[in-house]
Design a protein around this ligand. Structure first.
Ligand code: FES
Length: 106
């Protein structure tokens, strides 16, 4: 598995990622939607599987689902599953934290 560093430190990640606020990250040309949820980081594909909207423009609800801003489909940020299975699951990307930074595998 190829790990790509996305933040030098946890402090840098938390400064860049407000709690429960999706943010777009470009990793090797891929659009990733990343979320800091209570100090844990989750990453899913940014492109909504319904009609392609950017999920990083959406919000995260109390259940830990990112809500697409276009038609409000709701995707679990841990599993990528749409809550009513109205569209395909999102691709999820593992994130790990080490002494040398925070890394993603895409
Ligand atoms: S494009 Fe995301 S719910 Fe329709």
């Amino acid at each position: 598995m190829d790990w790509i560093k996305i933040f030098e430190t946890r402090t840098a990640a938390e400064a860049a990622l407000a709690d429960n606020q999706p943010r777009l990250l470009l990793v090797r040309g891929q659009r990733i939607c990343i979320v800091n949820r209570g100090g844990k980081f989750f990453a899913v594909q940014d492109k909504c599987t319904h009609n392609g909207e950017s999920l990083s423009k959406g919000k995260v609800n109390f259940r830990g689902e990112v809500i697409c801003p276009l038609h409000q489909y709701q995707f679990n940020i841990k599993t990528g599953r749409e809550c009513l299975q109205r569209s395909n699951d999102l691709e999820c990307y593992p994130i790990k934290e080490g002494e040398e930074g925070i890394f993603i595998s895409i």
